[in-house]
Design a protein around this ligand. Structure first.
Ligand code: COA
Ligand code: ZN
Length: 318
């Protein structure tokens, strides 16, 4: 991969499914994983180790993790979301080693989402880090929710985010995802915040997780790309949304991200047509699923052929 290429992390199996109230069977989830990996996606969040009473969709988190790990998906990095110590312990017991610890930079959203103050979440994170003693290959990514705005508190100042990152950094963490949980951000803010993060923490790997609530998902992704962020989350069909953030809508569609980047000669390594087949497969399984992806809806542009005035020399080209 060259410096300009991007890695897309597919979060449909976690963010995409958490907003679907009906349980999707583990077999379907495994088939989705297989198809998504076959399309060339090399990074996937596959489930969420949360209280099944809070999100029944992930009652099969352990089974899903074990099944995916058994498939030994070569070259695919798999991770799972954890909101607390218990989730981390369950994930580790299921064989997972890449965990995405979620906490919000907004006090109100953190309380609503994981029933903890941010200080309590950081304490929880420290306890998870202590598990490294028994699991030295444990990797933690911090998923920072509501960086660009909170449904309760509104805009969040970049300095608040940077202060949290400093604390994570001091705990030895170097993998951080900046999330626009409810789609409050705009390209200017995304650029400013990402640039500050990259300048102040040049040895941290930052990724971006955007929701397309108000149609700015792609523009925000591009803004993050232009500042140097090379790991972007997306969900097939534009599925997704946090059930504990009022007004949250889907992630930026992975299909649309691939189209945008590839059209700009930025390599993603993903076969768009194959990924679209995966979205169609899921639509077949669950026909009331509501997609929001322009490429899925209208396809890639296919010119119909030049038109001459007398109509005699129509050339068909693709
Ligand atoms: N996985 C499974 N069960 C869990 C759990 C986890 N990660 N964390 C707590 N539990 C269980 C406890 O065992 C306990 O079970 P019991 O009622 O059978 O005794 C119950 O949940 C309450 O435990 P408690 O420690 O009080 O947890 P909590 O009520 O503070 O729950 C969360 C906190 C975060 C685990 C819970 O609110 C949750 O899972 N929320 C979902 C958040 C989410 O998915 N957000 C969207 C993604 S950003
Ligand atoms: Zn999300």
């Amino acid at each position: 991969m060259d410096e300009s290429s991007v890695t897309l992390r597919e979060v449909m199996l976690r963010d995409g499914l958490q907003n679907i109230p009906e349980f999707i069977s583990t077999d379907v989830k495994i088939e989705l994983f297989r198809l998504i990996a076959a399309s060339g996606i090399r990074n996937m969040e596959i489930t969420s180790f949360v209280n099944p009473k809070a999100v029944p969709q992930f009652q099969d988190a352990a089974r899903m993790a074990q099944a995916v790990l058994q498939m030994k998906p070569e070259g695919v990095e798999v991770s799972a979301l954890v909101p607390n110590l218990k989730g981390a312990q369950n994930a580790l017991e299921s064989g997972m080693r890449n965990l995405g610890f979620v906490m919000s930079v907004s006090e109100s959203h953190n309380i609503n989402n994981v029933r903890r103050t941010t200080a309590e979440s950081i304490d929880e994170l420290k306890k998870i880090l202590d598990l490294k003693e028994n699991y030295p290959d444990l990797n933690i990514r911090v998923g920072m929710a509501t960086v660009f705005g909170c449904p309760f508190e509104g805009k969040i100042k970049p300095r608040v985010t940077l202060n949290f990152i400093r604390r994570f950094y001091d705990l030895g963490l170097r993998d951080i995802s900046l999330a626009d949980t409810v789609g409050f951000g705009n390209p200017k803010e995304v650029k400013e915040t990402c640039a500050l993060c990259l300048t102040e923490f040049p040895d941290v790997t930052f990724s971006i997780h955007l929701h397309n609530t108000r149609g700015l998902g792609l523009a925000n992704s591009l803004a993050a790309y232009e500042t140097g962020i090379r790991l972007h989350d997306g969900a097939i069909g534009g599925l997704g949304g946090c059930p504990f953030a009022p007004g949250a809508k889907g992630n930026t569609s992975t299909e649309d991200l691939i189209f945008m980047f590839e059209e700009m000669d930025v390599k993603t390594g993903v076969n768009l047509e194959e990924l679209m087949e995966t979205s169609r497969y899921f639509k077949m399984v669950k026909n009331n699923v509501c997609y929001s992806s322009s490429i899925l809806e209208v396809g890639v542009p296919v010119p119909q052929g030049a038109i001459t005035k007398d109509g005699s020399e129509q050339k068909w080209s693709i």
